[in-house]
Structure formats: C-alpha cells, structure tokens
Design a protein around this ligand. Structure first.
Ligand code: 13P
Ligand code: SF4
Length: 305
C-alpha cells in the first residue's frame, strides 16, 4: 500500500516536471493533496499565485470557481481542474439572470461579488472580493449603495463594519458553514474556556458576532501561528484543521461542534491529480468576452483591497 502510494506520488512529481506545471491546493483539500501541492492557500493567495506563476500549466485542486479565477487571471496558461464536477453550491445561489434583474432595480449600486461565484457573475460585477478583503474592498469603492452577492453572512459582516454603506444583500449561504450553530459555540467555550475562537465569515451571523476572530482560511492560519494562545476552536471546514495541526504541532485545535466537510473539496484524490497531469484534463475554457469583463472586476479587487 505504501509502495503504491509512493509510486503514485513519484509519478505525479515527474509529470509535474515534464509538463512544467504548478500544483495549487485550497486549504480544504484532503491531506494527501495538501502534502503534494506546491502551494496551499485561501482563495486570495491562490489567485495571486495563479496570476504571477511562470509555470506552463496550473493544476488547481479546488472547486470550479477557483480554477475559473485562475484562468481569468492567467488566460494564456493551461488551467486544469482534476475533477470537473467539483462545484461550489454557494456559487450556484445566483444566476446571471437574477443579477441582471437586481442591477436593473438598483442602477446606482456597485455590484460586489464574492469570489465564490461563476465567471459570468464576475463578468457582470463591478468588483470582486474574497473573505480576506471584503470589508476593505467595500469600504474603498466609490459607491454608497452596494449589491453584495451571493453570501448573506459575509454580506452581513461587511454591513456591520460599514454602517454608512447600504448593502443589498443576496440570500445565499454555504451549506457547510451554515451547519455550525450558536449552541455549538456555547458548548465549545464551556469545554475549552481558555481557547481562542476563530470562525470563517460564511458562518451564521450569530456565530460571527460571538467569536473572537472572523477570518479567511489563510487569516486563520496566520492568527493561529502568531497567537500566544495554545488552544483554538475553529469554525470552518475540517481540511483547514488538518493544516493547522500539521503546522502548529504544539497547539490544540478543536472543531466548533462536529467537524464539517465540503464534499466538493474532498472529491480530488491523488489518482485524479495524476490523471489530470497525464491527460491534461480537465482544461478550463472560458469565453473571451467573459474573461475580459471578469478580469476587470478581479483587478479592481486588487486596487480597492
Ligand atoms: P477562503 O478564501 O477563506 O479560503 O474561503 C473559500 C471558501 O470556499 C470557504 O468556504
Ligand atoms: Fe463552497 Fe462552502 Fe465548499 Fe467553500 S465550503 S467551496 S463555500 S460549498
């Protein structure tokens, strides 16, 4: 079994060299994928790497919107998503038709779309944001009225920090983070009263309000590393807890309530990664016009974020 694994790992590493590829993995990927990736990170970090990489091929171990974002930022490179069905149900909460209708209702508002959206939604947006920079982006854009799509919890969190802005918040949510309940937080605090509580902004708003920190997955990694505290209660997907434990072996990490799994993030296996490199599949292809428009929204994110 171990030999099989090392043969597979060796094959992936040699194909990676042969194809001049870079392997990017989101923080929620399974441990074996995290362990073999060149870079692991949150949406913002991985999109920055996609933009500046000199590799000929970007193999994105994550979900559709992440690979699409890499393609938009690096249109000349081959961008590959090993499991093409790996989607994000949060991104599916809003369709282009719904966004066009909303824009018609609020013509003077700026559309800020969370990066967890399809490429056509980004193309219809004025600017994008991630969980790491949403507040800063909304604060800095020259608009008081903002259509925020599709995550209602992140939208709520932004509105709470920027009371002078008027946020028209779309009613979407992440089916994974929505499962965390305020009762889980109360129970976790009573079990570990000296632990710091860090949650992702996709958690329900009552949890956001009662936590010590609300951070992106990369923000959580950074805080856990820098904090003098030795115990942490983490409100996000279990893949991040694997990475937190691996990189901070002297600290303790507990999931807020039962550990939660994003099944789409867990679809990619080492076999899929190997097949992806071998057969150059599945290539992300986007309409030129969509790329051009979506790129403006992503570049504005850098400007305002
Ligand atoms: P991050 O950008 O914080 O990693 O979040 C992405 C995501 O899909 C969270 O569910
Ligand atoms: Fe989408 Fe939620 Fe999975 Fe993140 S955890 S990829 S928002 S479904």
């Amino acid at each position: 079994m171990e030999t099989e694994l090392s043969t597979l790992t060796d094959r992936i590493l040699s194909l990676k060299q042969e194809k001049r590829a870079v392997i990017l993995a989101h923080n929620y990927q399974i441990p074996q994928i995290q362990d073999i990736a060149d870079f692991i990170g949150d949406s913002l970090e991985l999109s920055r790497i996609s933009k500046k990489t000199e590799a000929e091929m970007i193999v994105f171990c994550g979900v559709q919107f992440m690979a699409e974002t890499a393609k938009i930022l690096s249109p000349k490179r081959k961008v590959i998503l090993p499991v093409i069905e790996a989607g994000c149900p949060l991104a599916d909460f809003i369709t282009p038709e719904q966004l066009i209708e909303l824009k018609g209702k609020y013509p003077d508002a700026w559309v800020v779309s969370y990066v967890n959206t399809s490429a056509p939604i980004k193309a219809l947006s004025d600017v994008c944001c991630t969980s790491a920079n949403a507040i800063t982006v909304v604060k800095n854009i020259p608009a008081k009225k903002v259509i925020f799509v599709p995550d209602r919890n992140l939208g709520w969190w932004v509105q709470k920090h920027l009371p002078k802005k008027e946020i028209i918040n779309w009613d979407g949510y992440c089916i994974v983070h929505e499962q965390f309940k305020i009762g889980d937080l109360e129970q976790a605090r009573s079990l570990h009263p000296d632990a710091e509580v860090i949650v992702h902004p996709e958690c329900p708003s009552d949890i956001l309000e009662s936590s010590d920190y609300v951070l992106s997955t990369a923000g959580t990694m950074k805080r856990a590393k820098e904090s003098k505290n030795l115990k942490f209660i983490i409100g996000t997907e279990e893949g991040l807890i694997y990475r937190l434990k691996k990189e901070n072996p002297k600290k303790e990490f507990y999931s807020l309530g039962n550990s939660r799994t994003c099944l789409n993030m867990k679809r990619t296996t080492l076999l899929d990664l190997c097949a992806a490199l071998e057969n150059e599949r599945f290539l992300i292809n986007l309409d030129e016009d969509i790329i051009k428009k979506a790129r403006i929204a992503l570049e504005r994110m850098v400007k305002y974020g």
